[in-house]
Design a protein. Sequence first.
Length: 86
Amino acid sequence: SDIPCTRKSPLSLDYRLFEGGHAADIATPSVQQASGSLTKKQMIAELEYVSNDLGEKKAKIDRVIQALMLEENADAAEGEQEEKED
């Protein structure tokens, strides 16, 4: 009688719960069905959803990396300018 639900859950969890050594104790796979019970169509839909979600997260991380690199370059240029003035 365990039927997967397709609607989004209103429950939200803080990301810090899934960090550190205790994460393996509480983090479980989002799909707990036996691998043979998914149809190919369901599997494709699930993988597309996960891929899209990962793509959005990757884009955010890439923007953070780019901002940090710009700050690092600005700090390096400022340091060189101060050395020339001395």
